[in-house]
Write a protein that binds this ligand. Sequence first.
Ligand code: F6R
Length: 609
Amino acid sequence: MCGIIGYLGPKKISSILIEGLKKLEYRGYDSAGLAVVNKGKLEIRRVKGKISNLEEIIRMSPIDGNYGIGHTRWATHGRPSEENAHPHRDCSETIVVVHNGIIENYLDLKKELLEKGHIFRTETDTEVIAHLIEENFEKNLEIAVQKAVKKLGGVFAFAVISSKDPEKIVTAKKGPPAIIGLGSDEYFVSSDLAPILGHTKDVIFLDDEEIAVIDKNGVQFMNFQGKTLSKKIDTITWDPIMVEKGGFKHFMLKEIFEQPRALRETLMGRISLDTGKIYLDEINLSPDFLRKISRINIIACGTSYHAGLVGKYFLENLTHIPVEVDYSSEYRYRDFILEKNQLNIIISQSGETADTLAALRIIKKNKGKTLSICNMKGSTATREADGVIYTHAGPEIGVASTKTFTTQLMALMLFSLYLAQVKNRFKKNEILTYFQELQRIPHKIESILYQSSKIENLAQKYFHYTDFLYLGRWVNFPIALEGALKLKEISYIHAEGYPAGEMKHGPIALIEEKMPTVAIAPKDRVYEKMLSNISEVKTRNGIVLAVAWEEDKEIREKVDEIIYIPSSHPLFTPFLTVIPLQLFAYYIGLKRGADVDQPRNLAKSVTVE
Ligand code: F6R
C-alpha cells in the first residue's frame, strides 16, 4: 500500500515526481503529495484524491528545486484527507517524510514525543517518524534516521529530506520495498521499478534494516547499526514501454491482451522438445529433496490464491503428491503442521504482500522449505524464499490481476511437470505431449481475444444486473472464483463463485431470472455434471451464460448465451476459460462507468496486514 518516490538530479523536479507518482498510483489513490527544498526552503503540496488533483495544485502553485520526495496513499491510519496526506512534517517544518507501511507502536511513540513537547497535526502513524527524526537530529540526517529506526515498530519504507541537511535523501527499509535508481548524475528512490525504468536500468534493491543516503556525489549504504555496506547493482531488462498503455484505453485491457506474449516469455527457455527436459534454474531445490516431497502446501492471497487452487489440481494430477492451499491471512494464525519432506509454495505477483510474507517467514522460522512464484524481480518473497520461479509477465499496472494470473498458472504447470519428471511419472516421450500443449496455449488465447467484441456485446446486454453466480467444477472451480472476483472488483457487482456441485447445498435458493449464472463447461471429466447443474438453473428460470468448447453443439440448446473457447487437454483448460471472464468483467466495469484500472478501496500491493 502507498507508493513513495524521491529524486535528486538536474531534471524538473515536479514533473519527475508527478510522473513517478502516476506510475505508483496503482498502490493507492486516497491522497497524494510532494515536498521539495528550493533555495533552502521546504515546500509542500498535498491533496485529497488522485495524482491528477496534485498535478492541478502544482499547475496553479508551481514548485521547484533539485531534490524532493513524493507519495501516493492508501489510507490505513487516519482517514483520506489533505491533512493526513504525506509528506508529514516535524515541529520545525524542516524535516519531511513519505512512508509506506505501518508503525505499529506509533501511539506509544506519540505519547512519548508529546510529553517531550512535540506538536502533532495529523491522525497518521507516519507523523511520529518525522518527530522522532527531529528528536534525534543534531547535524546529520542519516545519523538521526539511524537512531530513529531503532525505536520504530512495525514495517516501513520511508524517504526523508531536511532543509537542515540539504541536498540529501535518506531512505530506510524494514518490510515494504525500496529501490534506488542510479542514473547519470541523478538518483531515484521508489517503491517499485516503474517510475525508474524510463530513466535508468541500473538499480539497487534495499534489503531489510538498510539505509541509503543519496547526495550529489552518489549513494552510500549502511545498516541500521551504521555499518557501511557495499551493494550489488542489478540491471533491469524490462522495457519502459511496458509501463505505458500502448494505445489501449486501460492498462487492464492491455494486460489482458498481453497474455499470449507473457505466457510465451514465461515458457521461453524452460522446456526443450529436443531433450524432453524442463529448466527451472532458480528453484534451488535438490533432486534428492524433490524426489522425497511427500506433501505440498500452497499459500497466497486473492487472485494468486486462485492460481494456487488450480495448481493443486495440476500437481495432484501430475505428481500424485497431496496438496493443500491456504489463504496467507489464515495460514499465519492456524496451527499448521510442517512435515519433514514438505514443500511450501508461496505465490505472489508483487512478492510484497504482508500476509504472504508473514506466512513465508513463519515457515522459514520452522525450518520449512520454500519456493516462491513471483513476478517482481528482487522483491522480498524472491529474496527470502529458498528458491523462485519467475513469471515473466512484465509490470502489471491495472489493479486487477490478469496476465500475472495466467503466468502463475504457467509457472505451476511447469513445476508440476518438472516434479513429475523427477519422480519418473511419465512414460517415454509422454512429456512431449504436454510440452506441445503448453506451446499451443498462447495461440489459443489469441483466438479468444479475437472475440472480444462479442464479449463486449454480452456485457452491454448484462451490465445492469446486480448479482451474478459463477459455477465451475474440478480444475475450473477456481476459475469460477476468479471470474467472480474480477467482476466484483472491477464493476462493484455482487458475484459469487461456487463449485457447481455445491449449488444444491445453498446457493440454488438464489436462482431466479434476475441473477445470471456464468457456467464454465469445457468437455472434460465433469462436463456431464456441469450440464445437469445448468439444467437445474434453467428449470428455476435462471439465465445461463456458458463458456464451452468450440465444437460443443449439445450445450447450445441448454443455455442462453455461449462464449466458445478452443478445446485443449482438459487439465489445461483454466488457461483459456479465464480469458473471457476477464474480458466480461472489464467490459461490464467499463459500461458501468467504473474506474477499472484503479477500483475504489483497492491497491495493487497489500503491504499491510
Ligand atoms: C485481484 C488481485 C489481488 C491480488 C492479491 C495478492 O485482482 O490482484 O487479489 O491477487 O492482493 O497479491 P500478490 O499476488 O501481489 O501477493
